[in-house]
Design a protein around this ligand. Structure first.
Ligand code: SF4
Length: 298
């Protein structure tokens, strides 16, 4: 499992928020989550991309991670984001983003002579391997998640012709009957959604293997965020609305207190902040952005 961003500080000890005095934090009654900042998979992809960009022009199909702040910064360093294999010139360097890429696209890139740098998150790579093994053992695969999400598309490409994607109750009802099925899920969906849709799909096969593939980093973040939300009047979630894990976090935290989804320090509206306040983040928001926002709040 990838480790979290190096140097991720425990802010409540005062180690990271160098510009913020303890007195200011106390006055404002603000807590910054320990699990705020990049997850291990995103940190690895961004670090890898930065290293490559110092030497080559690099292409990526789709956003390397779902965070506009980071994408803009990588764009300035020369990253070219395209929407399809066809847009990448032959023999170029290209990055597989943290969410992974369908096998057919990797194969087309190799045929074009592209140099492929694979920054798929190791947790997702492990799920890819499991999918292929389950398929070989004769399981039909059902994936609970958003069929338009890059991660799910990468799963689908490895799951064989009989794969199904379930994003809502109706999809579970419409599942064809299978002798043997394995149910997995997108790594960032909510536990409640996974349990409810998996339960609906259970009756659609003689034997069913249900595998919880929700990412452990996402679970830790959610647990901490809920604990903070219960002690706060407001939680700022630093992240992008395109990020699935950020939006799931927002729904979970929103059950306990007011939520403000903020993607840059410019969006902080001091007069709307309520205290006690907690600041958490999605997995694709850098710690430095979280700290910038915390300084702006003060
Ligand atoms: S949130 Fe996604 S990219 Fe990050 S560690 Fe989990 S699976 Fe990997």
């Amino acid at each position: 499992m990838p480790s979290r961003e190096q140097g991720t500080p425990a802010c409540r000890t005062g180690r990271a928020l160098d510009n913020m005095t303890t007195a200011a934090k106390k006055r404002k009654r603000m807590t910054i989550a320990r699990f705020a900042g990049f997850c291990g998979g995103v940190a690895m992809a961004v670090k890898g991309a930065e290293k490559l960009l110092s030497e080559n022009e690099v292409y990526c199909i789709g956003d390397i991670i779902h965070n506009s702040f980071v994408i803009e910064s990588l764009k300035k360093k020369g990253l070219k984001t395209v929407s399809s294999v066809e847009e990448i010139p032959p023999h170029s360097h290209m990055i597989i983003r943290a969410h992974g890429l369908p096998l057919e696209e990797i194969s087309s890139l190799t045929k074009k002579g592209c140099v492929v740098h694979d920054f798929t998150c190791p947790i997702l790579k492990k799920i890819h391997k499991d999918i292929i093994q389950l398929k070989r053992k004769g399981h039909e695969i059902a994936i609970i998640g958003n069929p338009r999400h890059a991660e799910v598309k990468a799963f689908v490409s490895r799951a064989g012709e009989k794969v199904s994607v379930i994003s809502k109750a109706l999809d579970a009802d419409a599942l064809p009957y299978a002798r043997c099925r394995a149910i997995i899920c997108q790594s960032t969906i909510s536990g409640d959604l996974f349990v409810s849709l998996a339960a609906k799909a259970l009756g659609k096969s003689a034997q069913t293997l249900v595998i919880d593939t929700i990412c452990s980093d996402a679970k830790k973040r959610r647990k901490e965020a809920v604990a903070l939300a219960k002690k706060s009047k407001m939680v700022i979630i630093v992240g992008d609305s395109k990020s699935s894990n950020t939006m799931t976090l927002s729904v979970i935290v929103g059950k306990h207190c007011a939520v403000a989804l903020i993607s840059s320090a410019d969006e902080v509206k001091k007069n709307k902040i309520r205290y006690p306040l907690a600041i958490v983040s999605g997995a694709s928001s850098p710690r430095e952005l979280v700290l910038d926002i915390a300084r702006k709040v003060c």
